[in-house]
Design a protein around this ligand. Structure first.
Ligand SMILES: Nc1ncnc2c1ncn2[C@@H]1O[C@H](COP(=O)(O)OP(=O)(O)OP(=O)(O)O)[C@@H](O)[C@H]1O
Ligand SMILES: [Mg+2]
Length: 382
């Protein structure tokens, strides 16, 4: 079922929310293109739900406007907005069967002949055979799909999803991510999905807005955010980054930085910070971009690669890869992920090694930031 929507982009202009003196959402501007799968990603308390509730009209904005397809809807009550929300606790009506749960929105609007639309919706979420069951006779993932069908049957222009997969176990969560993505592609409705799970956001969304402390830190396609983080928060929150502190030695097409007793290079156009000779810079490189050589083989490393010498302090075999932690003058705990193709048996804890990578895979960040911003601590990892 493909539907042509006549709506348009969701546009937030200077929208903010203050509770007493606390700014839960700082004035933010955001455009969500019509028909896109958009994710709001961030740690607990950063303002994701508040932002979503302001779009739904469930929360009054302190400043700013919400518009949809060019029409200002800031003053409209929730039920007058062409927007539906699916919450984490999807609260189906326990006494109604699945088809009546899905029909609910139509019945409320006084529509009598609901059969065809309900059947289409159940088909869309692949629950055609479950129409007569009660919610408690379904698995968590199936109930979640009922909640999506119940919202979509109202033909909203925008579907808001607030951590809708939070109650599911990891495997089901992964399945539902693909399932929701399929449904969104099929109906072509704008989905705004809130999650604190970076992998979930990257898997599902066309565009991800990374939120931190009530503001959007960076917005972009998943691969772009991953390869070109502009802040330490984004570099650390989205996957893992090695951040190495250094001092600028020279800047031309490449920037040369002194770090950990050696010199490292990065392309100037991959550096978002101002560079002055003698100034500080943070160099970033992702763990999978780094190769590991035993110190005895250092001579075989091609010229022109960035090199850091160190010692393996930890290694974990993950199956597809082995993850090493290397102690070096450039960083106490540099992370290296090596694919398990031909494993070098000498690469065990205690081994002296050389980390090397293509300078083009290095990004540069402003050193005035907290180097550990966005690093997930054990307590956060729920
Ligand atoms: N009604 C309220 N009164 C006061 N403070 C509030 C209220 N609602 C939310 N907040 C605060 O606003 C901030 C943002 O809350 P919000 O629910 O938007 O976070 P979130 O990003 O959705 O977090 P989570 O991932 O935990 O759901 C939090 O610090 C929260 O404590
Ligand atoms: Mg929330």
């Amino acid at each position: 079922m493909t539907q042509q929507q006549t709506g348009g982009d969701v546009r937030l202009t200077g929208i903010s929310k203050t509770y007493g003196s606390f700014e839960a959402v700082k004035p933010l501007d955001l455009t969500v293109p019509q028909g896109s799968f958009f994710a709001l990603l961030g740690a607990s308390g950063c303002g994701k739900t508040t932002t979503l509730r302001m779009i739904a009209g469930l929360e009054e904005a302190t400043t700013g406007t919400v518009s949809l397809g060019g029409q200002d809807i800031t003053g409209l009550p929730p039920y007058k907005r062409p927007v539906n929300t699916v919450f984490q606790s999807y609260a189906l009506f326990p006494h109604l069967d699945i088809s009546e749960n899905v029909a609910f929105g139509l019945r409320r609007r006084g529509i009598k002949s609901v059969k065809k639309q309900v059947a289409e919706m159940l088909e869309l979420v692949q629950l055609g055979d479950f129409a007569k069951r009660k919610p408690h006779q379904l698995s968590g993932g199936q109930q979640q799909r009922v909640a999506v069908a119940r919202a979509l049957i109202n033909h909203p222009q925008v579907l808001l999803l607030d951590e809708p997969l939070g109650a599911l176990d990891l495997k089901l969560r992964r399945q539902m991510q693909l399932e929701l993505k399929r449904i969104q592609t099929e109906v072509g409705i704008t989905f705004i999905h809130v999650t604190h799970d970076q992998e979930e956001a990257m898997t599902m969304a066309d565009t991800v807005a990374v939120m931190n402390g009530g503001r959007v830190e960076q917005l972009g396609a998943p691969a772009d955010l991953y390869e070109n983080p502009r802040t330490t928060f984004v570099a650390n929150f989205l996957g893992t980054s090695n951040l190495i502190e250094g001092e600028v030695v020279s800047a031309g097409t490449d920037i040369v930085v002194a770090a950990g007793g050696g010199k490292l290079r990065l392309p100037t156009d991959r550096c978002t910070a101002p560079t002055v000779n003698g100034g500080k810079l943070l160099l970033g490189v992702r763990p999978e971009k780094i190769s590991l050589a035993h110190a005895d083989d250092a001579d075989a490393i091609a010229d022109g690669r960035n090199r850091v010498t160190g010692r393996i302090v930890d290694s974990s075999f993950i199956g597809v890869s082995t993850q090493y932690v290397v102690e070096s003058p450039a960083g106490e705990a540099l992370q290296v992920y090596e694919q398990n193709i031909e494993r070098d048996a000498r690469l065990t804890p205690g081994a002296e090694v050389v980390l090397h990578w293509n300078p083009a895979h290095t990004f540069g960040l402003d050193a005035a930031q907290d180097i550990d911003a966005g690093v997930e601590t054990v307590e956060d990892a729920a």
